[in-house]
Design a protein around this ligand. Structure first.
Ligand code: FMN
Length: 213
């Protein structure tokens, strides 16, 4: 590849992070940073990389959209039979990583995943556009299919079937909540003197530590 990757670099800047000015609860700190991300022109501030591990210990990562943030954690929706769904079935440990480019910030969150209640999944499913609902029904996410044409056919057949009726949530589609045990807030700083503040859960409170960049 004839690209000068080695010489591509930029400076990172932002208000320095200090342990004493970080909030004691990382969910509050996240909320504060999210408000700032929402005020910028970042297109998908709630897009995050979700890393899971399969039963052989092999990791996978992919982008998901966080759809709700509650006291207990971060909610996203997916197909329970997908590759990530299979991973989670065997290993509930996962990591979510947000990268907010314009703010020179990264937030890394480690925790465990649990399915949300069927009622909560139903309620979110019903709020989605009909095309998305139909796609959730016809796509066996992460499973092989012979052609894109075959999938389009499945989509149109389902669309015709459901012209005048509401679409029910397939039982293999729904939400997960990631309940955090660790957070890391990363703020880029000039000369690579980046600030990293980590939180780890200690019973009902959180321990804060600075780590080196
Ligand atoms: C911006 C963006 C948002 C996405 N949001 C979701 C999502 O919320 N849920 C989901 O299942 N897949 C989402 N995807 C697709 C996933 O990245 C991935 O391709 C899919 O979930 C299959 O992953 P798996 O095979 O590891 O299970 C999104 C992709 C992008 C690029």
């Amino acid at each position: 590849m004839n690209k000068d990757l080695e010489n591509m670099r930029r400076e990172y800047v932002g208000a320095p992070l200090q342990k004493k000015t970080m909030m004691s609860n990382p969910m509050d700190q996240f909320d504060f940073w999210l408000d700032q991300a929402l005020e910028t022109s970042i297109l998908d501030p709630l897009a995050a990389t979700l890393a899971t591990v399969n039963k052989e210990g092999i990791p996978s990562a992919r982008i998901i959209l966080v759809k709700e943030i509650v006291e207990s954690g971060f909610v996203f929706y997916t197909n329970y039979d997908s590759q990530k769904g299979q991973d989670i079935l065997h290993n509930k440990n996962a990591c979510l990583n947000f990268y907010w480019d314009q703010l020179h910030r990264q937030v890394r969150i480690t925790g465990t995943l649990e399915k949300v209640s069927p009622e909560q999944s139903d309620s979110y499913f019903q709020s989605r556009p009909k095309e998305s609902q139909i796609m959730a029904c016809v796509s066996a996410q992460s499973h092989r299919i012979d052609s894109g044409k075959a999938l389009k056919e499945k989509f149109h057949n389902k669309e015709n079937e459901q012209t005048n009726s509401p679409v029910s949530r397939p039982k293999n589609w729904g939400g997960f909540t990631l309940t955090p045990t660790n957070f890391e807030f990363w703020q880029g700083q000039p000369s690579r003197l980046h600030d990293r503040i980590q939180y780890s859960k200690n019973h009902s409170s959180w321990d804060l530590n600075r780590v080196q960049p």
